[in-house]
Write a protein that binds this ligand. Structure first.
Ligand code: ATP
Ligand code: MG
Ligand code: MG
Ligand code: MG
Length: 569
C-alpha cells in the first residue's frame, strides 16, 4: 500500500472525550471514528487490524472442526418469546417493529436463532457433536457505552454454539474450545489469563472467561501464580435480571470486612461485577446512620464517586436501616458488605450468597469468603491464608508464605459456557439417539469479542509514540520511509523495488510516498504501530546501507543494501 493511495487519518492531539489509552490511540491512529454513542466506523487502518484478529479466530475455529455460518442481525421476537428471553433480557435488547407492526430485535447474541436452525437441520446422533460459529455484528444497547470499541453498542463478536448427544460430549468440546481460545490469544500475542466464571442465571456446570490483563480493565481477577490460579473476583450475585423484585423476598447475609476497609476498596470490588444483574447491598455505617444501596448491574464506579455518600437513590434501596442493623450490626464509621438474596429468582443457594465466591481454574477449587486486607496498596496482595476459607481449597498450601493472591484488572475478551439444555429444552431441539429415542441436545456457547480484542491489544502494547502491534495484528508489518522520494531517483528506485520485492514475499508493506517531512512520516508510522521500519535516503545509499528499526527498540541499525531483503524476511 502506498500512503498516497491510503486514508492515513492520523491526529496529533489526544481527543478530549477518550478516557483510556486504546480509545485515544485508535482515534489518533485513524482506526475508528464515532458515528453515535457506542457505534463506530472502521477506517482502513483499523479494519486491517480487525481482519487480522478475525482471520486468526477463523483459522483456529476451523482447526477445531467448527463450521462457519452466518446468521441475521435482525431476529424475530417469536424466537425470543420461545426461549423466554423476550421478557427477561432487559434494556440491552434493542427491540423494534417492522411496517406490519411485527416485533423484532437486533441480536445481542444468537442462542435462539442457532437453536431453532439446528433443531430443524440435525436429526440424528450421527450428526453430533457439531459446532457452528460466525463472526458477525452484535448489538447491545449498553447503558453506558465507553472506551471506544471496548464497550460499544455495535461490535463484532465471534460466537459459536455446539450441540451434543450427552454432557460428556459437551465437556469434550468445551475443553477443545478452552484450548482453542488459549491458542487464539497466544497467537495474538496477548498477555491473558483464563478465569473460572460465574454460571449465573443459566446454571450449567462450567464457564470460563478469558481476560487480557490491563489496568484499565473493568473486571477484577484474582491471580495466584504459584498455583496457576486465576479467578473472576465475583461478588455472589442475586440474580434478578429484568424481573420485578418481590418486596418480601429479600434476605440479608453479612459478609465480614475489616473495619478499616475504605469505601473506595469496597466500591472498586462492587464495580467489578457490574453487568446485567442486581447485585450487592453496600452498607456504610457513617455518623449519620446506615446507608444501603443495591448496586444495579450497570452501575458505574464513577457514578458512585460522583454522587458521594450517602449513595442512595430509590428505587435502589431495598432494605431499611433497621433490617440492615439487625443483620450486620454495622458499627458507625465502618463499612459492611451484605449480599441480598432473592430466593424467587436467585439461582444460587443462600449459603453461597453469604460469601464472595471466587472461581478457580482448577477442578473443585473455589475460594470463598474472600475479603480484602487493610491498607492494601496497589497491587493488592493477600496471603492466601487470610482469604481462603473452608475445605474447598484443600489444594492450596495455607501455611506457605509464597501463597500470594493478587488482585489484578482484566478485560473480558472471551467467554465459554456449558449451557446444558436451557435453550434446547425451551425450543424443543432434539435429535434421535441410537435407539431411536428423542434426546434434548445439551449445548455449549463460546464467544470472543473480536473488536474488543483490538482495543485490548493496544492497552497492553503502546508507548508514548503510539501503538506497538504484535506482528500478528499489525496493519502492515513493514513501513518504508524514503528520505527524498520525490527528489532522488536512487531513493525512489530503491524504495519501489524493495516495496514490490517484500510484497512478493507476502509481506504487507506501507510505502510512505507522501511529500512530507521525515519527522511526520516517522511519527505516523510509530503511531499506527508498524513493527518494522526501513529508512532509505541518499546518504545511507552512498554507504551501501539501509537503516532498519524495530518499533519496540530505541536504536536503529544499518543493514547492507544487498542483504536487506533477507534481513527483513
Ligand atoms: P461484559 O461483561 O464486558 O459486558 P459480557 O459478559 O456481557 O461482556 P458475553 O455475553 O460473554 O459478554 O459476550 C462474549 C464476548 O463479547 C465478551 O467476552 C466480550 O469480549 C465481547 N463483548 C461483550 N459486550 C461487548 C461490548 N459491549 N463491546 C465490545 N465487546 C463486547
Ligand atoms: Mg455485558
Ligand atoms: Mg461479562
Ligand atoms: Mg461474558
Amino acid at each position: 500500500m502506498r500512503t498516497s493511495n491510503f486514508l492515513l487519518s492520523t491526529l496529533k492531539e489526544t481527543p478530549a472525550d477518550a478516557e483510556v489509552i486504546s480509545h485515544q490511540l485508535m482515534l489518533r491512529a485513524g482506526m475508528i471514528r464515532k458515528v453515535a454513542a457506542g457505534i463506530y466506523n472502521w477506517l482502513p487502518v483499523g479494519l486491517r487490524v480487525l481482519r487480522k484478529v478475525e482471520n486468526i479466530v477463523r483459522e483456529e475455529m476451523d482447526r477445531a472442526g467448527a463450521q462457519e455460518v452466518l446468521m441475521p442481525t435482525v431476529q424475530p421476537a417469536e424466537l425470543w418469546q420461545e426461549s423466554g428471553r423476550w421478557e427477561q433480557y432487559g434494556g440491552e435488547l434493542l427491540r423494534m417493529q417492522d411496517r406490519h407492526n411485527r416485533d423484532f430485535c437486533l441480536g445481542p447474541t444468537h442462542e435462539e436463532v442457532i437453536t431453532s436452525l439446528i433443531s430443524n437441520e440435525i436429526r440424528s446422533y450421527k450428526q453430533l457433536p457439531a459446532n457452528f460459529y460466525q463472526i458477525q455484528t452484535k448489538f447491545r444497547d449498553e447503558r453506558r457505552p465507553r472506551f471506544g470499541v471496548m464497550r460499544a453498542r455495535e461490535f463484532i463478536m465471534k460466537d459459536a454454539y455446539s450441540f451434543h448427544l450427552d454432557s460428556d460430549s459437551l465437556g469434550q468440546t468445551y475443553d477443545l474450545m478452552f484450548d482453542t481460545y488459549s491458542r487464539i490469544f497466544t497467537r495474538l500475542g496477548l498477555h491473558f489469563r483464563a478465569v473460572e466464571a460465574d454460571t449465573g442465571s443459566i446454571g450449567g456446570n462450567a464457564s470460563h472467561e478469558f481476560h487480557v490483563l490491563a489496568d484499565s480493565g473493568e473486571d477484577a481477577i484474582a491471580v495466584c501464580d504459584k498455583y496457576e490460579y486465576a479467578a473472576n473476583v465475583e461478588l455472589a450475585e442475586a440474580l434478578a435480571v429484568g424481573g420485578p423484585r418481590p418486596e418480601a423476598a429479600h434476605a440479608l447475609t453479612k459478609v465480614d470486612t475489616p473495619d478499616q476497609t475504605t469505601i473506595d476498596q469496597v466500591s472498586r470490588f462492587l464495580d467489578i461485577n457490574a453487568s446485567n444483574t442486581v447485585k450487592t447491598l453496600l452498607v456504610q455505617g457513617a455518623e449519620g446512620g446506615l446507608v444501603a444501596l443495591v448496586l444495579r448491574g450497570d452501575h458505574e464506579l464513577n457514578e458512585i464517586k460522583a454522587q458521594k455518600h450517602p449513595l442512595v437513590a430509590d428505587p435502589l434501596v431495598w432494605a431499611t436501616d433497621d433490617e440492615i442493623k439487625q443483620t450486620i450490626g454495622c458499627a458507625p464509621g465502618s463499612i459492611g458488605v451484605v449480599e441480598l438474596a432473592v430466593p424467587v429468582v436467585a439461582d444460587r443457594s443462600a449459603a453461597n450468597l453469604a460469601d464472595f465466591v471466587c472461581g478457580a481454574n482448577q477442578d473443585g477449587v473455589h475460594f470463598t469468603g474472600v475479603n480484602w486486607g487493610r491498607d492494601c496498596a496497589e497491587p493488592e496482595v493477600f496471603d492466601l491464608r487470610s482469604v481462603v476459607a473452608g475445605d474447598q481449597c484443600a489444594r492450596a498450601d495455607h501455611n506457605n508464605e509464597e501463597d500470594q493472591l493478587s488482585i489484578t484488572r482484566g478485560i473480558e475478551v472471551g467467554h465459554i459456557f456449558q449451557l446444558g439444555t436451557k435453550y434446547s429444552e425451551a425450543m424443543n431441539a432434539t435429535c434421535l439417539d441410537n435407539n431411536g429415542k428423542a434426546v434434548v441436545m445439551p449445548m455449549g456457547c463460546y464467544g470472543i469479542g473480536v473488536s474488543r480484542i483490538v482495543a485490548s491489544a493496544i492497552e497492553q502494547n503502546h508507548d508514548a509514540r503510539g501503538i506497538l502491534w504484535p506482528d500478528s495484528m499489525a496493519p502492515f508489518q513493514l513501513v518504508i520511509t524514503p528520505i527524498g522520494y520525490h527528489k532522488s531517483d536512487a531513493v525512489k528506485t530503491t524504495c519501489d523495488e524493495l516495496y514490490s520485492t517484500m510484497q512478493q514475499h507476502g509481506m504487507e508493506v506501507l510505502l510512505d510516498d507522501r511529500n512530507e517531512r521525515p519527522g511526520i512520516m516517522f511519527a505516523d508510522a510509530d503511531l499506527i504501530g508498524v513493527p518494522h521500519r526501513v529508512v532509505v535516503g541518499d546518504k545511507s545509499l552512498a554507504n551501501g546501507t539501509i537503516e532498519y528499526k524495530n518499533r519496540r527498540k530505541d536504536t536503529a541499525e544499518d543493514v547492507p543494501q544487498n542483504g536487506i531483503v533477507e534481513f527483513l524476511l
